[in-house]
Design a protein around this ligand. Structure first.
Ligand code: ASP
Length: 432
């Protein structure tokens, strides 16, 4: 009888699922790529169904989680001024980190010249639709029908409605307290659902990786090796050096604790390539592992997953430099400044779902007159890079969450410093 046999931590199990998935995918690609049975029933059957159900279940939680936890968060805020300060600080930090990210990416792209020597000629230049004006963006944040916003998963509109709803609750006195208590209970139930889903995540991640790596063409990476390397390096610098430095400088906290605690969220972001689908895990990490109070994290995390895409901005910076070099088009200082501004705006407009960053790149290229067929050039390696940049995107959201949390007195330092905080795999008992 071995009752104290320790269950492996969630992180180890997800990592195992990921590793086995990549291996299985590679084996299928190398040895069974012509096998119709394996392709039809295993890759496009079993793996596809398993992976799709996993992603769907994650997404299923996003709207209720964002709405309920944000209502809880805002209804516990004392006054509107606090909310305004919180919003201003958060958006300010998001913009600054994005600008640092894109500037560093352009610097690396111009120093290492990943596209030099390709000597491509642009066949045509075609134009894309214009970026929406600032006015349109702001008006678009206000829902005309909140149920419709939820049905469409429009995070910004849900945030606006939840914040207003929360403010009204806190202004309602005794009645408000009853409603707030009900929302607190509901929040607990939804977090339990998140825990339930995290327990099966190792299998979900296995299916996603096995399917992806049995179909992905790695030969493209060889051709675009330099682009791939420069971009991955820039993404790693942002994740492993820039955020830790900013965190240390603004809060004095130990950045190693921060990075270690990001492991689960980073793995989910990597496997799903979607900041949005990762929201439940990022929230869990921010509140339970990093110790940021729900009143801050419930606001900053969904907002960050929607408007703060530092990894995406880095991709756009390196890609712009790469495409300009490949087509022998000279970009001056002014052009690069335009790229910084447009990519920051594009990052706000990029939805946190797979591949959208590449589409938004069209807007950036257009601004500086680069040929859009450059996008086709880098498409082949984009999926893998999308996984890495999404991990950077949510790490940026979490870093800003800790910074804002600390400055608002909403960070539990003991939890932040405790390496095991929130680590245990929550056993979800379904029957008494
Ligand atoms: N996949 C990214 C995200 O969800 C967005 C992108 O760059 O395509 O954060």
């Amino acid at each position: 009888m071995n009752t104290n046999k320790k269950k492996k931590s969630l992180t180890t199990r997800v990592l195992l699922g990921m590793g086995l998935g990549v291996l299985t995918g590679f084996i299928i690609r190398l040895a069974f790529s012509d096998n119709q049975f394996i392709n039809e029933y295993l890759v496009n059957g079993f793996f596809d169904v398993g992976g799709s159900i996993f992603i769907a279940s994650l997404k299923m939680l996003v709207v209720p989680l964002v709405f309920v936890s944000l209502v809880c968060g805002t209804s516990s805020l004392k006054d509107i001024a606090t909310l305004g300060r919180l919003g201003g600080k958060t958006i300010g930090f998001y913009l600054v980190t994005t600008m640092i990210a894109i500037s560093m990416a352009i610097f690396m792209g111009t120093v290492f010249q990943p596209g030099a020597g390709a000597d491509l000629a642009a066949a045509t230049t075609f134009s894309t639709s214009e970026a929406p004006s600032l006015g349109q963006v702001i008006v678009g944040m206000f829902p005309t029908n909140p149920i419709n916003s939820m049905a469409q998963g429009n995070t910004l509109q849900i945030i606006v409605f939840a914040v207003l709803f929360g403010i009204a609750i806190s202004a309602c006195g005794e009645t408000g307290e009853r409603v707030a208590a009900a929302f607190q209970d509901l929040n607990e139930v939804i977090m339990k659902l998140v825990a339930l889903l995290m327990n099966v995540a190792p299998y979900g991640v296995f299916f996603l990786m096995a399917k992806l790596f049995s179909t992905i063409g790695l030969s493209a990476i060889m051709n675009l090796g330099e682009y791939f390397l420069v971009l991955s390096a820039a993404l790693l610098i942002q994740g492993l050096i820039v955020y830790p430095l900013i965190l240390k400088a603004t809060t004095g906290l130990n950045p190693i604790h921060f990075l270690k605690k990001m492991e689960d969220a980073v793995m989910f972001a990597f496997s799903t390539a979607s900041s949005n689908a990762t929201i439940p895990v990022t929230m869990e990490t921010a509140t339970h592992r990093l110790g940021v109070k729900n009143r801050v994290a419930s606001f900053t995390i969904p907002l960050g997953a929607t408007i703060n895409m530092d990894g995406t901005a880095i991709m756009q910076g390196v890609a712009t430099a790469f495409i300009a070099q490949a087509f022998n088009i000279h970009l001056g200082m002014g052009d690069y400044l335009t790229v910084i501004l447009t990519a920051t705006l594009a990052s706000i407009g990029t939805a946190g779902v797979p591949g959208v960053g590449l589409i938004m790149l069209a807007m950036v290229l257009n601004q500086v007159g680069l040929p859009l067929e450059g996008i086709a050039l880098i498409m082949g390696v984009d999926r893998l890079l999308d996984m890495i940049r999404t991990a950077v995107n949510i790490t940026g959201d979490s870093a800003v969450t800790v910074i804002v949390g600390k400055s608002e007195g909403a960070l539990d330092i003991d939890t932040f410093n405790d390496p095991d905080a929130g680590k245990k795999v929550e056993e979800v008992k379904l029957a008494k």
